[in-house]
Design a protein around this ligand. Sequence first.
Ligand code: CO8
Length: 258
Amino acid sequence: MSESTIIIEHSERVGIIKLNRPRAYNALSGTLINELLDALRSFESDPGVGAIILTGNEKGFCAGADIKEQSELSFVNAYNQDYLKNLNDGFFAVHKPIIGVINGIALGGGCELAMMCDILYAAETATFGQPEITLGTIPGAGGTQRLIRAIGKSKAMHMILTGEMISAKEAEAAGLVAKVLPAEQVFSAALKTASKIASFSAPIVAMAKEAVNEAEELGLKNGLHFESRLYHATFGLEDHAEGFQAFLAKPKRVAQWT
Ligand code: CO8
């Protein structure tokens, strides 16, 4: 039987996915993508999971599309199967927060995969790049759209048009990643954050994630309207009543989420 291309673990309420194709720097083969999407679906439907971590292995995070596989793909094949749309769609379908832990290279589709996550923690040794131009192609899993939103036009253009990489520190300064930590600390720090998020009310966490993500789709006026609607809807949840009662109790108590 062939080895799995991902490793799935649990740490209390956190579901963990580790990319695991060490011989190909975790390149995104069709098999890896399918196994990754299956794992996301399974964590999404598991009420015991409140947040997800996606990370790489000792070789780093991910070197992008599997170049060997992609070299065999014709325009017609790619077009007819809507190549890679399933990856973006799979991430869009996850209501639980996904923390990407970037522990080394995140190149091409690897950088795009990182940007599909909701929060990024990076090791000091991590590097980010969109080298597709050096292969005679362009980013194809969201890079041209998400990078500009994350770091602005000039920096995004620079990365995409030169293929040059940026360091974790540059990524943090540009707003691409939330935190940079020494390599040996980054996973445990992310796990602590994921556990904290997973300890809150699951529906409230999902609504907060949805409202933030809508900011990328809507203008300010429509976005504020959308936020108000979700905010008002939280008033109808038992978790909302519990959170407010716990705060107002004398003495204050810790809220118990459903
Ligand atoms: N695909 C397939 N195999 C790869 C990939 C890859 N992306 N990257 C590395 N490998 C393989 C190499 O072929 C090599 O295999 P073998 O031992 O059989 O020859 C092995 O991994 C080790 O690679 P290197 O010898 O090159 O190791 P180095 O340590 O010298 O370099 C690097 C490591 C920097 C990661 C280098 O391999 C590299 O530059 N890789 C390519 C990175 C790249 O250009 N990525 C962009 C790919 S295109 C893309 O992502 C399009 C985006 C579309 C969306 C994708 C979503 C699925």
